[in-house]
Ligand binder design. Structure first.
Ligand SMILES: Cc1cc2nc3c(=O)[nH]c(=O)nc-3n(C[C@H](O)[C@H](O)[C@H](O)COP(=O)(O)O)c2cc1C
Length: 196
């Protein structure tokens, strides 16, 4: 079967893409608004953009539902402050991560809302999620508009990792990290690792 994306509904193109690009890592992004409100939201259109200088990227779509026609808080805050923290989600944090994807008003502190602890960052204003196994403090380098979405490029300034998942030689113990991956709709566990 060959599908020409121009001939089908935009929602169906989205379904085909999110069913093919799997499993996707999840950036659980903390930002702070100009007014000082903490925000937290997950983004699975996320990866490494450059190893040197270490740069991550994530893609943020337009507001949906009752927030249609508006910008998501994460994008607004990243634009306003130029800073964000990307927290990695282990299985035990899955429920809270999912809760933080709710359509909350900009005035709502999403750390409080989902019940995670804000911990002061070293080089940026947004706090990291204390419970997260890995948190990466980042400064926004560039925000590129791509169609309806915005690609945020952010340079790593500090890397936090829990001692128990750090392995000698700057490696991450992936079985202890227990990351979850985003599928089309659901999630995948990483609990079997093999070599090729
Ligand atoms: C696992 C997961 C992954 C998501 N990935 C994205 C994404 O890559 N891009 C996006 O725009 N929204 C994504 N969302 C939806 C946002 O998290 C959601 O719109 C959220 O309300 C944005 O919050 P904010 O307005 O506080 O920034 C995802 C949601 C979940 C649960």
């Amino acid at each position: 079967m060959i599908i020409d994306p121009k001939t089908i509904d935009k929602k169906d193109v989205y379904k085909l893409l999110t069913g093919a690009i799997v499993p996707r890592p999840i950036a659980w992004v903390s930002t702070v608004s100009k007014e000082g409100v903490y925000n937290l939201a997950p983004f699975s259109f996320f990866t490494v953009a450059s190893r040197n200088p270490p740069t991550l990227c994530l893609s943020i779509g337009p507001g949906i539902g009752e927030r249609e026609g508006t910008m998501k808080d994460t994008l607004r805050n990243a634009m306003d402050t130029g800073e964000l923290v990307i927290n990695i989600v282990s299985q035990s944090l899955g429920q809270k991560m999912q809760m933080s994807s709710g359509n909350f008003q900009a005035e709502v502190d999403e750390f409080l809302q989902v019940g995670v602890t804000p911990s002061e960052s070293v080089g940026v204003r947004p706090p990291r999620v204390l419970e997260a196994p890995i948190s990466m403090e980042c400064k926004v380098n560039d925000i590129i508009s791509v169609g309806t979405d915005h690609l945020v490029l952010a340079r790593l300034v500090y890397y936090h990792i829990k001692d128990e998942i750090y392995m000698e030689g700057n490696k991450v113990d992936l079985l202890k990290l227990e990351p979850i991956g985003r599928l089309a709709g659901g999630y995948a566990k990483v609990n079997e690792i093999f070599e090729l």
